[in-house]
Design a protein around this ligand. Structure first.
Ligand SMILES: [Zn+2]
Length: 520
């Protein structure tokens, strides 16, 4: 996930809470799969008490990270790493072979210089009580490429600080987490008497923006080997909708407690070619274009699930900020989820796709010559799977949508052969039935469907119970302001983060334990 530029002051001045967490302190409370969630059906958004760590004997974060000097120090730290273009490209080779990774050594040199107490990619600060499972704090070092630096107000790696905002690629995704985590640890480790009770592990991937396979994908198994399955108490990673102030007196903290699933579906059409002077009524490009049009004409159904994070968020909003959106408040209070769903879909796309599976035809390749009908066409469709849908449904829907064209053009289909997470009855879905080609044309076409980047919908971390209360209470304390109220409530992440590599190592299906709070 990325966004072009961002805020410094708020997040950097409260380093610990400005990152994200995942974990399993409380083994009796499990994550929920939406649709099964009944526990929160009567969610009332009662807040646990704010928690002040004033009895821990350490200097207060408020003192350390407040004031002009503290701000400038954080600007120096943050701008130093934002200036380093640690880009991960989708087609990067392995580190050591592809020189494009070399820039990360510059980043590590900067860490060593900025934070002499903390160096490396997996940092472990041993706790004094070995019976407590570790806390895992995650962030990623890489950023997405810059398409056109000329369109930026300030150069993307300049880290220009205008007194309020620090501008630069990665300044809010996710180098803010790096700066926040390191700053907190640097301060704590600077106190020679400080030893955490619970072991703290920092896991810093370097290719989150292009799947996370090499970074977090390697760190996950390493940590599992070291701590065993389900051996982490809490994981805090980036992600979430940040902070939202409503009515000047209520500040919502919206860490993601779940992530949408992900699947890229690829369609390859091999079809007869020929000379363009005597073309078929449809070339392969025409056939695949029909399929794209069919998909776009049939978007996924939005659904607001009772007890889901977004529903709970709106319950909190209706309770503490009823005038912020009177229509939503009325619909929440009346329990009219259908109308509320339509209302949410009409607000904007970010809101819509928190309750709807997205599909986006992003890749199209076909044709090599202006006077030859193409023989090979490739289409790629990106899907982000909403909590009430599944990977299997995404595949089944794709097969369903291509059916009219399979029949019309008498195509042979090979769908998702040898893959996991296929829908039940895939063979039946592929039943081509009576083939009635519209012309006496033998396209001799074969459609091959395959998928990549499959990530199952993340389970929902609990937003009640002792772990949540600790997290929520700490946020309420850290972001407290005069005359106002801080309301932490879980939300949903429409993209995926490195968390998926840690969850896949630790997730025991639907049995108790994870907590995947994402950054604020
Ligand atoms: Zn990110």
């Amino acid at each position: 996930m990325w966004s072009p530029l961002i805020l410094v002051t708020g997040s950097l001045l409260a380093p610990v809470t400005s990152a994200a967490v995942t974990g399993l302190v409380v083994e009796s409370r499990g994550q929920q799969i939406l649709g099964d969630a009944t526990e929160n059906n009567n969610f009332e958004c009662n807040l646990p008490p704010a928690l002040s760590p004033s009895s821990d004997g350490l200097p207060s974060a408020q003192d350390i990270f407040s004031g002009e000097d503290a701000l400038l120090k954080q600007v120096e730290r943050h701008s130093t790493i934002v200036k380093i273009p640690s880009i991960s490209y989708d087609d990067n080779g392995d580190p050591g072979e592809d020189p494009r990774w070399d820039v990360f050594y510059e980043l590590h040199k900067a860490f060593a210089y900025l934070y002499p107490h903390v160096i490396g990619l997996v940092y472990t600060i041993q706790g004094s009580d070995p019976s407590l499972k570790p806390l895992l704090l995650a962030a990623h070092q890489d950023v997405v490429p810059v398409a056109d630096a000329a369109t930026w107000k300030y150069p993307p790696f300049s880290a220009h600080f205008d007194g309020r905002w620090l501008w630069g690629r990665g300044s809010s995704d996710d180098k803010n987490s790096l700066t926040a985590l390191f700053s907190a640890l640097e301060t704590l480790l600077g106190n020679s008497e400080w030893v955490p009770k619970r072991t703290i592990v920092l896991a810093l991937g370097f290719d989150e923006e292009s799947s996370g396979r090499r970074g977090a994908g390697t760190i996950g198994p390493f940590l599992e080997e070291r701590y065993g399955k389900y051996g982490i108490a809490l994981l805090l990673d980036e992600g979430g909708m940040g902070l939202e102030l409503l009515g000047n007196d209520t500040l919502y903290a919206l860490p993601a407690v779940t992530e949408k699933g992900h699947i890229d579906i690829w369609l390859e059409l091999h079809v007869n070619g020929g000379h363009s002077s005597i073309p078929f009524p449809h070339t392969g490009i025409g056939i695949v274009s029909d399929i794209v049009n069919q998909l776009e004409s049939n978007p996924w159904e939005p659904k607001l699930v009772q007890g889901s994070p977004i529903h709970n968020h709106l319950v909190c909003q209706a309770k503490y900020s009823p005038d912020a959106s009177p229509k939503i408040t009325d619909l929440i209070n009346s329990g009219d989820l259908k109308t509320l769903t339509q209302e949410l879909v009409s607000i904007d796309r970010p809101t819509q796709y928190r309750i709807q599976t997205s599909q986006s035809a992003d890749y199209f390749q076909g044709g090599v010559k202006i006077n030859a009908m193409p023989e090979y066409i490739k289409l790629g469709v990106n899907h982000r799977v909403a909590p009430h849908n599944s990977i299997q449904e995404a595949k089944a829907n794709f097969v369903k949508q291509i059916q009219p064209f399979v029949k019309k053009f008498s195509l042979t289909v090979k769908a998702f052969e040898g893959e996991d997470h296929n829908p039940e009855g895939l063979g039946l879905l592929l039943d081509e039935g009576d083939v009635v080609p519209m012309y006496d044309v033998d396209y001799n076409g074969t459609l091959i469907l395959s998928s990549s980047q499959v990530t199952l919908n993340a389970p929902v971390s609990p937003t009640s119970g002792p772990v949540w209360d600790l997290f929520s209470g700490t946020i309420q304390h850290s972001f407290a302001f005069d005359g106002g109220r801080v309301v932490p409530v879980g939300e949903l992440m429409t993209g995926n983060t490195d968390t998926r590599h840690y969850l896949s190592k630790y997730r025991p299906g639907r049995t108790p334990f994870h907590l995947a709070y994402k950054h604020i």
